[in-house]
Design a protein around this ligand. Structure first.
Ligand SMILES: Cc1cc2nc3c(=O)[nH]c(=O)nc-3n(C[C@H](O)[C@H](O)[C@H](O)COP(=O)(O)OP(=O)(O)OC[C@H]3O[C@@H](n4cnc5c(N)ncnc54)[C@H](O)[C@@H]3O)c2cc1C
Length: 325
């Protein structure tokens, strides 16, 4: 059952910022993650501040520089189906289309997708884990088959969002508004590595609202794609996934980003793999080298080494597609 909380639905963004300054206040966007967390007692809430009545937070527009501006309250379904996203940033449209189920994509928002809490069963369950302010990560000696193979440090969650790796691959930025004013930062810097603070998912300050996500114009020759492997065909989170953004010059990869999903507590840039690919022509030897580099520094836990060949295989397949085989 949901615990009691106060509810507020301001019409102006500045009012929302002010109301969120209250202790125990949380942003309510689509509620698909938030309400489950409250129902399961993952964290308490005194006040929910809905953004659904705030003007100007939803919708997708082309910017003057040819990029796109996506309001944080835009639904995942709209992102997945928008013609400009599908044509110019396929990796984002494909990632959005992989989120949950049609109901979740119709109700859930892009901002909420980026800020959602991890799905770790110890964090969501009745365990005093480090992320909830407790004393240890129970996954270390526990059921860690879904946990991370990279970047774990003290907490071994995997970052749950499908769209975040795609946005990092596209070098997108978030625009925020909070008690200390407006700021913008790369999506690549939005999520908090557990080594810096295992109790927070993002670097957003209390009361800071994610207002917009902006995409730069696609680079010349952009080939982009998102691939997600999950335990079952119905809605599920990524066991392993990758977002690729390759700036192609014929068969040569002039520049690239490879960002892993289901691998680490934050969307994980596979920088060794990017270095092995940048400037190279896509051939079988290069693809094999890149696929090996994707997991070269992985440190699997006791029950998730199965992810290593999964990541190698899916990156190999995606690069073969990019090559046109
Ligand atoms: C059964 C199920 C399956 C799912 N499968 C997937 C999946 O496959 N892939 C995937 O990526 N996700 C999945 N999700 C997660 C969820 O659907 C998405 O994260 C959704 O996009 C969340 O958006 P929302 O608008 O509902 O966020 P909410 O639930 O309203 O908010 C989520 C969190 O973000 C914060 N927040 C929301 N908007 C903002 C904002 N603008 N500024 C600051 N903070 C904000 C809230 O305070 C809250 O902590 C699944 C969820 C469920 C319940």
């Amino acid at each position: 059952m949901l615990p009691p909380f106060a509810y507020s639905r301001p019409g102006h963004i500045q009012d929302a910022v002010e109301r969120l300054a209250q202790a125990g206040a949380h942003v309510h966007a689509g509620g698909t993650d938030l309400l489950g967390c409250l129902r399961d007692g993952v964290f308490p809430a005194e006040l929910l501040v809905s953004l659904s009545g705030v003007d100007g937070l939803a919708g997708i527009e082309t910017r003057n520089d040819g990029g796109l501006a996506i309001g944080a309250m835009t639904t995942i379904a709209e992102v997945a189906g928008h013609p400009a996203v599908r044509q110019r940033y396929p990796v984002l449209a494909q990632a959005a289309a992989e989120v949950g189920s049609p109901q979740l994509r119709n109700q859930g928002t892009l901002g909420g997708n980026l800020c959602q809490k991890p799905r770790c069963w110890y964090y969501r369950g009745d365990f005093p884990c480090l992320r909830k302010g407790g004393y240890k990560c129970f996954a270390v000696n526990g059921e860690n088959q879904d946990h991370c193979i990279l970047g774990g440090a003290n907490c071994f969650i995997v970052h749950p969002s499908d769209t975040a790796p795609a946005l990092v691959a596209l070098d997108a930025e978030v625009h925020t508004l909070g008690p200390r004013g407006a700021r913008r930062l790369p999506v690549a810097k939005l999520h908090m590595p557990p080594a810096d603070n295992p109790t927070r998912e993002t670097v957003l300050e209390p009361g800071e609202i994610l207002v917009q996500i902006s995409l730069p114009p696609p680079p010349a020759g952009l080939y982009s794609a998102f691939r997600k492997v999950r335990a079952r065909r119905a809605w599920d989170f990524a066991v392993a996934g990758a977002a690729l953004a390759l700036a192609m010059d014929g068969q040569r990869v002039a520049d690239c980003r490879i960002v892993l999903a289901g691998a680490a507590p934050i969307p994980w840039r596979a920088q060794e793999a990017e270095a092995a690919l940048r400037g190279k022509t896509l051939d079988d030897a290069v693809i094999a080298e890149v696929a090996a580099a994707v997991v070269a520094n992985a440190q699997p836990m006791s029950k998730n080494a199965y992810k290593l060949p999964l990541f190698k295989g899916l990156v190999t397949e995606e690069l073969l597609k990019a090559k046109g085989v």
